[in-house]
Design a protein around this ligand. Sequence first.
Ligand code: PLP
Length: 406
Amino acid sequence: MSVQPAKRTQGISPFYVMELLRRAKQLEALGKDIIHMEIGEPDFATPQAIVEAGINQLKTGNVKYTPAAGLPELREKISEFYRQRYSVKVDKERIFVTPGASGAFLLALGGSLNPAEELLMADPCYPCNSNFVRLFDGYVRTVPVDATSSYQLTAALIEQHWTKTTKGALIASPSNPTGTIIASDQLKQAIHTVNKLGGCFYSDEIYHGLVYSENAETALAFSDNVFVINSFSKYFGMTGWRVGWLIVPEEFVEVTEKLAQNIFIATATHSQYAALAAFDELTLTELERRRAEFEARRDFLYDALLNLGFKIPIKPDGAFYIYADCSKFTDDSYQFALDLLEAEGVAITPGKDFGVNEANHYIRFAYTTSIDRMATAMQRLERFIKAELSSSPAQTKLMPSGYNKG
Ligand SMILES: Cc1ncc(COP(=O)(O)O)c(C=O)c1O
């Protein structure tokens, strides 16, 4: 009898976009020009001051374990960042430096979730978070959301879906894949509702900083009884350095420390030293320039997709994604993405990577490439749509406009 993988892994979903990425790489190897709009990381290099701080640390050769909770000076800087940016006081003892937001989730869920307990999450949402819940033998109860709540959970939805086995709720704002932000008063109400119900509130704030309207408020502005997950990956342009942070309620400090010691020992030392330079004034100025560039890209892509006939019920205010309704063209967004890649070399992410709610009618476009490249991508997309619509009905995979889905 052969040894089988653990049963809990059966509930862990694959990333469909990986299949697309694999094919995109094959096509690139054959010399085809691929425009990558599927990638969820900034195309900008890590800011120079951060790189130098990391290299300088490596050059000392003194690259030993740091304390499990992170370099004390980095925890201090993060605490100061909250004071300056959000006018919120966070005791540095509650701040844990982690291998990315992913590491922060492992600690937060490992320290708070019992087997068979449930977490509420919006559908669509970033899939890895629910897979972490499965890893700890918990369950995710997804709540279908739409533009009426900015694709976010609300206090009312939380109350409505809360059951005896619910442990808490997770809100990611700005959201991946929709780029939408929860309004401050809505966030406050959602946190108070979860606190009232005696649960844990998890706030994924990894896209904070990448916002294009009013600032996204941190959950810590409304309660200390929350888990805040953040990272140097996106706004600070440090995806590959694997460094993020977690802020826990006071009562979870001890258990989180214990888990960090056991699971990671510590986050990579040079990455933590590099992150120390992330809050320098010059770095922040450069990051602000990049934020403005992302905003210009968002505006360009939003207009272009609307012109092509995609529906975007709410203009995204953050992150670097547009989640577009492609139901005018197809009932199978995964096939649409595969065909577009083959025909025109434009890579995008199908809705089914983010849940089941209307997933076949949605596509995520990441504006992690220049406006010039996106302009070319839009020309190709237009040609693709026209070609598919004019092909014979027997062969076509796309719906003519006005197609009745019912
Ligand atoms: C919403 C969200 N949370 C968490 C992560 C994990 O990020 P990292 O582990 O690189 O910090 C991602 C990455 O794409 C994300 O989109």
